[in-house]
Design a protein around this ligand. Sequence first.
Ligand code: SME
Length: 207
Amino acid sequence: MPHADSSLVPSTITSKTEFWDHVHSQLQALLTGQRNWVTNLSNASSLIYSSLLAFSVHFGDGERAVNWCGFYLIPPLFPVPRFLGKSASPRSDATDATSTILLGPFCGKPACQYINVKPGKSRGVCADAYLQRRTILVENVHSYPGHIACDGETKSEVVCPLTLTEDGKEVILGVLDLDCLALSGFDNYDQVGLEKIAKLVVDACDW
Ligand code: SME
């Protein structure tokens, strides 16, 4: 099967639970044999985004379409420059290991390169999900205090933390963020489905 076909949604799927089970098994197949997080998160964001679009077009009203799906991750995961020439700039606040998360693989329009997650100084849905280590469902982004509008067309959002358990300790790696053009675009079924997908992605990669 061509890789792109993994985002097709069969017409036998009519509920959100069936939809997320289907996306989970398609993603499991896509991640098999690969443990690089850049590669796997790239395919994960594409699969979730493309499958949700297909589902909303065929089984919904098409108006509830997802308009962004991607990851923000802790800076130590990212590569450091191998060749530091004269043009190299000093490490900026945007790559500070403890106070920001950086834009990773995503699908959709361009977005903020980094998000401040310093306790007491942060704002927005991603920072809150990261700091509180819990999924945040936002029915109307305009009513969410501190929401960061990367795209003025976004009306609702859901953000899941990515956590890894290492030596019995929970480590936060970043967040999975989805935006929608409609109000209340995501519900508890999406939350459950996305949390399972976040776990699958974390377990499938070497960090
Ligand atoms: N809305 C997010 C910012 C990231 S974008 O939606 C891609 C927030 O409030 O944290």
